[in-house]
Design a protein around this ligand. Structure first.
Ligand SMILES: *Cc1c(COP(=O)(O)O)cnc(C)c1O
Length: 483
């Protein structure tokens, strides 16, 4: 039994007290982790009630830690979607590696400053090393570099700013950005935040595999040039969020090279499949992109809070983000020593590299590669079995580990399909063994907006048994079209 913690809690926690506090957390976390397989994949009953319970003023005095933990574990945490669950197949999962929590604990207790190289050269260098691992994965050369940030949206924002600086300088108003129908909304948000006029974002049509059409892109670029505008950036998908589509990156790289346009690949969902042979095949050509967004909190299974922007030329990031300040040490100028403050939007920042470095050293790259390969297998096999269910049409094949489908029972009026698919989704989710999500999209087969159900397999805890549950729950849900 850890001894009771002194009350009220002093700010200066010593080693013995820290051990007790961590141990009290572990008393909650260990059973929680061991019970994860049995936990519901989502449970939002009592949402408003629980939210109200936490709407309270700042306490003047500390309360015993176990009581604080009880409120978290008994009240706040259970009422939620459960992205840590192996049954969470909605949106884009990841799971949340517990080993990253160890890195966060170390980083937070030691509190080193990693905004610049000088104050913590070892920690900064290990983060540079992590970014270089990613550059190697992407097929980038020695002049490449990058920046770890809070997530894919931030990485996309930094990419738009970097491309804008490189291609437009201060002539922003005439700049045009091209993306496709399935692009993540963080792209248009980034364009807006980067100061581009909203009228200058083009959504280029996609083909039957949801891939940005090269001919349509070339046509749009030509039309914009004829109108006196300045096409400067194409954002391609390497695993789109709605359906997991992977653009023909080599073809888009050809267009961009001919036109002098910056090619950014949003690989926030799909990028880490580069660890696998199949992923490298699907993402061929990515090495020709000027920049790439990755999301370690998706494809490397990290807990939320880490995204990454890679650039083919580190100098382009420096050109976009470096600033001098008389109160700071002078910036590092060479290729070896990076100041992260000169490569992104932040000055003070957490030691993000450690969240990736520690798990990779602990588990080895092969553990990640095997897990990702397993997800590719699970999605491919599940899609084949789902296709065999009565009335199912696969709308988007699993290019990686995400597919989308629709149930179109014979005898049902086409106008009833959407409502029926929403019912199927609700019925599957009702059992809480799984959490699926849907989306509306323009179905290339029909040329119409339709509602589809998505399955995204990207939690390291998801295995074949969950895919069996998926098939069972889906088969039951579609068994009674009128019900
Ligand atoms: C998730 C995602 C993003 C946004 O990343 P966040 O980490 O949620 O900010 C951007 N693009 C794609 C393709 C994504 O899947």
């Amino acid at each position: 039994m850890p001894r009771p913690f002194r009350h009220p809690v002093p700010l200066e926690i010593g080693g013995a007290e820290l051990r007790d506090l961590v141990s009290a957390c572990m008393d909650r976390l260990a059973p929680w982790l061991d019970g994860l397989n049995e936990q519901p994949a989502h449970s939002l009953d009592g949402s408003h009630k629980v939210a109200r319970a936490f709407d309270e003023p700042m306490p003047e005095r500390g309360v015993p830690f176990r009581r604080v933990l009880a409120r978290l574990f008994d009240r706040a945490i259970p009422v939620s979607l459960n992205p840590a669950s192996p049954g969470y197949l909605g949106y884009i999962p990841g799971g949340g590696l517990p080993s990253t929590a160890l890195a966060d604990l170390i980083a937070d207790i030691t509190n080193r400053y990693t905004g610049l190289w000088m104050p913590a050269p070892g920690l900064v260098q290990l983060e540079i090393s992590v970014i270089r691992w990613f550059c190697t994965l992407a097929g980038y050369g020695p002049s490449a570099g990058g920046w770890l940030c809070s997530g894919g949206s931030m990485a996309n924002l930094a990419a738009v700013v970097t491309a804008r600086e490189a291609k437009l300088g201060e002539d922003i108003d005439r700049g045009v950005l091209y993306t496709s129908e399935g692009a993540h909304h963080s792209i248009s948000k980034a364009a807006r935040v980067a100061g581009l006029p909203r009228r200058n974002t083009r959504v280029v049509p996609v083909d039957a595999s949801f891939r940005l059409r090269r001919d349509e892109l070339a046509r749009a670029v030509a039309a914009d040039r004829a109108a006196g505008l300045r096409p400067f950036m194409v954002v391609a998908q390497a695993g789109s969020t709605p359906v997991g589509a992977v653009d023909d990156l080599a073809a888009l790289a050809d267009v961009c090279a001919e036109e002098g346009i910056w090619l950014h690949v949003d690989a926030a969902y799909g990028g880490f499949f580069l660890l696998t042979a199949r992923g490298r095949g699907a993402l061929a050509g990515i090495e020709r992109a000027d920049s790439i967004a990755l999301d370690p909190h998706k494809g490397l299974f990290l807990p939320y809070g880490t995204g990454c922007l890679l650039v083919k030329e580190l100098a382009t990031l420096r050109a976009a983000f470096s600033e001098a300040a008389a109160y700071l040490p002078p910036s590092q100028e060479d290729q070896e020593h990076w100041d992260f403050a000169d490569l992104g939007l932040e000055l003070s920042r957490p030691a993000r590299g450690l969240r990736i470095w520690l798990p990779v050293w602990l588990h080895g790259a092969s553990a990640f590669r095997e897990a990702l390969d397993e997800k590719l297998d699970l999605a491919r096999d599940a899609a084949a079995r789902v296709r065999a269910l009565p009335g199912v049409r696969i709308v988007a094949e699993p290019e990686l580990s995400l597919f989308a489908f629709r149930v179109e029972p014979p005898g049902m009026n086409a106008t009833e399909f959407d409502a029926f698919n929403r019912r199927v989704l609700a019925r599957v989710n009702q059992r809480k063994r799984l959490m699926l999500t849907g989306t509306t999209l323009r179905d290339p087969a029909l040329g119409e907006e339709v509602f589809v159900i998505r399955v995204c397999v990207l939690c390291f805890r998801t295995h074949a048994d969950r895919m069996d549950m998926l098939l069972e729950d889906l088969a039951d849900a579609i068994a009674d079209p009128r019900g």
